[in-house]
Design a protein around this ligand. Structure first.
Ligand code: NDP
Ligand code: OXD
Length: 311
C-alpha cells in the first residue's frame, strides 16, 4: 500500500508540516490538499476539518488523523465516514503547551494581576494580597490527557486541585469528582475554574449561568477548550454582577472573534487567539508514522475517537 497522507490544514503552516514529514518520516508521501487533486486512492488523511466534498472523494480511506486533540469540527461533518477510524492528536508538545498555558493563566488569576494593572495605570504603589497556593482551590473540568497533566503541575505548585470527569480518577494530590451528580460539590469550592473538556452534545453550553452561580463568589474562569462550551451572554452577566471576577478565553463560538464583539472591551476579560497550545509538526509526524506502520502490520491504533461518546 502507498503511504500517502493527505494534509488538510491551515495553508500558512503547510511548510512546517512538509518539512517535518520530510525529516522525521520520509517513508510517508505527504501531500498538502489542493483543489482538483485526485484523492480516490489516498489511504490516510490528516485534517483539522474536512474540505467540502473531500470524504466522499476519498474512496480508499483507511485512517483519518485529527490535527488537534479536539475532534468536534471533524465530527460535525455529516459526510465523515463512520467506518474509518478517527484518531485524535495526542502528543507531548501539545500537552506541554497546554500545561504551560494553564499554569500561566492560573498564576495570573491567583495573583489578581488586574489589581496591579489598575494601580500601575495611576502610578500608585499598592501591593495587593493573595492567598498561599495551598489556600487556593483550582477546579479543572476534564481530567483527560491535558486536564490531568495541568492538574498535576498545579498540584506540584502547591495549589489545592480538584478535577471533574465522566469517570473517577486517581491522580496524586488531585481530588476527583465524577459525573453530573458530583458537579455541584466540585464547583462549590473552585475559585479558579479551568475548562478542558471536549465539545460534545453533553458538554455544549456547560459554562452557563447555572454553573457560574454554583462557584464561590468572585471566581475566575479560564476556557481553553472550545467556544461552544460557553454561553457568552451568561458570562457577561456573571462578570457584570461580580459572580465571576475575571476570565481568560482562548476559544470562541466564532473564530476569529469578530472585531465588534463585546468581549474585546470587557474589563478583566483576557483574550488569547486559540493558541493555548499548538500541535508540534515534528512530534506529530513521528507519532503518525508510527501509527501507520503499526496499522499496516495489523496492530491496533492508539487514541481512536469513540464516536458514541464524541471524544
Ligand atoms: P481527553 O479526551 O483526553 O479528555 C477529556 C476529559 O473530559 C476526560 O477526562 C473525560 O472524562 C472528560 N469528559 C468528557 N465528557 C465529559 C462529560 N460529559 N462529563 C464529565 N467529563 C467529561 O481530551 P484532551 O484532554 O486531550 O483535550 C481536551 C480538549 O481540549 C479538546 O477536546 C479540545 O477541545 C481542547 N484543546 C484546546 C486547545 C487550545 O489550544 N485551546 C489545544 C488542545 C486541545 P473521562 O476521562 O472519564 O472519559
Ligand atoms: C486542539 C486545538 O484541539 O488546538 O488541538 O484546539
Amino acid at each position: 500500500m502507498t503511504r500517502t497522507l493527505l494534509f488538510v490544514g491551515a495553508d500558512e503552516r503547510n511548510e512546517s508540516w512538509v518539512k517535518a514529514f520530510a525529516e522525521i518520516a520520509p517513508e510517508i508521501d505527504f501531500r498538502p490538499h489542493a483543489p482538483g487533486q485526485d484523492v480516490s486512492t489516498v489511504p490516510y488523511c490528516l485534517a483539522w476539518k474536512a474540505a467540502p466534498g473531500l470524504w466522499p472523494a476519498m474512496k480508499d480511506l483507511k485512517i483519518i488523523f485529527g490535527l488537534g486533540a479536539g475532534v468536534d469540527r471533524l465530527l460535525a461533518d455529516s459526510t465523515l465516514p463512520l467506518d474509518v477510524p478517527l484518531v485524535r492528536m495526542v502528543e507531548p508538545e501539545l500537552t506541554r503547551g497546554m500545561v504551560e498555558y494553564v499554569l500561566w493563566q492560573c498564576l495570573f488569576h491567583h495573583r489578581k494581576v488586574w489589581e496591579l494593572e489598575a494601580a500601575q495605570s495611576c502610578a500608585t504603589w499598592r501591593p495587593n494580597t493573595y492567598p498561599a497556593p495551598w489556600d487556593r482551590t483550582i477546579g479543572i473540568l476534564g481530567l483527560g490527557e491535558l486536564g490531568a497533566a495541568a492538574a498535576e503541575k498545579l498540584a506540584e505548585f502547591g495549589f489545592k486541585v480538584r478535577g471533574w470527569s465522566r469517570s473517577p480518577k486517581a491522580l496524586p494530590k488531585v481530588e476527583s469528582f465524577a459525573g453530573p451528580d458530583q458537579l455541584p460539590a466540585f464547583l462549590s469550592k473552585a475559585e479558579i475554574l479551568v475548562c478542558l473538556l471536549p465539545l460534545t452534545p453533553e458538554t455544549r453550553g456547560i459554562l452557563n449561568a447555572s454553573l457560574f452561580a454554583q462557584l464561590p463568589r468572585g471566581a475566575s474562569l479560564i476556557n481553553a477548550a472550545r467556544g461552544g462550551h460557553l454561553v457568552e451572554a451568561d458570562l457577561s452577566a456573571a462578570m457584570a454582577s461580580g459572580q465571576i471576577v475575571a476570565a481568560t478565553l482562548d476559544v470562541f463560538e466564532t473564530e476569529p472573534l469578530p472585531e465588534d464583539h463585546p468581549f474585546w472591551s470587557t474589563e478583566r476579560l483576557y483574550i488569547t487567539p486559540h493558541n493555548a497550545s499548538i500541535t508540534d509538526p515534528r512530534s506529530a509526524a513521528w507519532r503518525i508514522a508510527r501509527q501507520i506502520a503499526r496499522y499496516e502490520a495489523g496492530e491496533g491504533l492508539d487514541n481512536v475517537v469513540d464516536r458514541a461518546r464524541g471524544y
